[in-house]
Design a protein around this ligand. Structure first.
Ligand code: PXP
Length: 250
């Protein structure tokens, strides 16, 4: 069964828009995590960014206490955050690139360029009992390098696919090309023994097309769920997404 990891950063983004630096405020991403789990989500994803623009340290420690499913800590391969992760012991970390000026995580990791440091971090995490995922574009060289690091998972970056999918008919050709890259990437990763997750920009509309990608284990979805929750509440938003995901055949 295809699993859903809910990225709750966007709940913290709303809170920080009003209460930045105050140590309190609503909406509470931890309360959102509880609701997501009750609704059937298989995991909770939170990104502790170096600039702490949405999720705060207090959030991740509280999440560690209450999450009953799997806590996925998204993070840069930066010494400060690595040290926090090793103490926090989430079930899994997803290593992502981080740039201060980006609105959200924009590109995948350059695993080829950073193979050694990613392999070191992968070992330290695994030694602490934490699984490792690498967030990468569906690129043959990056996937091969990801396998060499010994990571358990990759998370295929679906941002380009989602972006092109949104565009008018002329853009759909590019969405199809990106879909083919995702399919090839998933097949390559699977053949190398990597488990395959996917995320970024996924929503209730583009999922059906994405389902042509084989071997998917988990989707990490945030923005579209939180957007839908504004109208129908978090529990219904998650249930609707889970219902849409039932049709996936690996
Ligand atoms: N996966 C990763 C690695 C991400 O950085 C993000 C964005 O926070 C997501 C998944 C979720 O993307 P979205 O919010 O567009 O659903």
């Amino acid at each position: 069964m295809l699993k859903l990891g809910v990225n709750i950063d966007h709940v913290a983004t709303i809170r920080e828009a009003r209460y930045r630096g105050r140590g309190f405020g609503e909406p509470d991403p931890v309360a959102a995590a509880r609701i997501c789990e009750t609704a059937g989500a298989h995991g909770i994803t939170a990104h502790l960014r170096e600039d702490r623009r949405h999720i705060q340290d207090r959030d991740i420690w509280k999440l560690r206490e209450i999450v009953q499913t799997r806590l996925n800590l998204e993070m840069a391969n930066a010494p400060e955050i690595v040290a926090i992760a090793l103490k926090l012991k989430p079930e899994i970390v997803c290593l992502v690139p981080e740039r201060r000026l980006e609105v959200t995580t924009e590109g995948g990791l350059d695993v080829v360029a950073a193979e050694k440091s990613l392999t070191d971090t992968r070992k330290r995490m695994n030694d602490a009992g934490i699984e490792v995922s690498l967030f990468i574009a569906p690129d043959e060289k990056q996937i091969a390098a990801a396998a060499r690091t010994g990571a358990q998972f990759i998370e295929l970056h679906t941002g380009t696919f989602a972006e092109e999918f949104q565009k008018a008919e002329s853009g759909k050709r590019k969405a199809k090309m990106e879909l083919l890259r995702l399919i090839a990437g998933a097949e390559q990763a699977h053949s190398l023994g990597l488990k395959v997750n996917a995320g970024h920009g996924l929503n209730y509309e583009n999922l059906a097309i994405l389902f042509r990608v084989p071997h998917l284990v988990e989707l990490n979805i945030g923005h579209s769920l939180v957007s839908r929750a504004v109208f129908v509440g978090m529990e219904t938003a998650v249930k609707e997404m889970l219902a849409a995901m039932k049709n996936y055949v690996a």
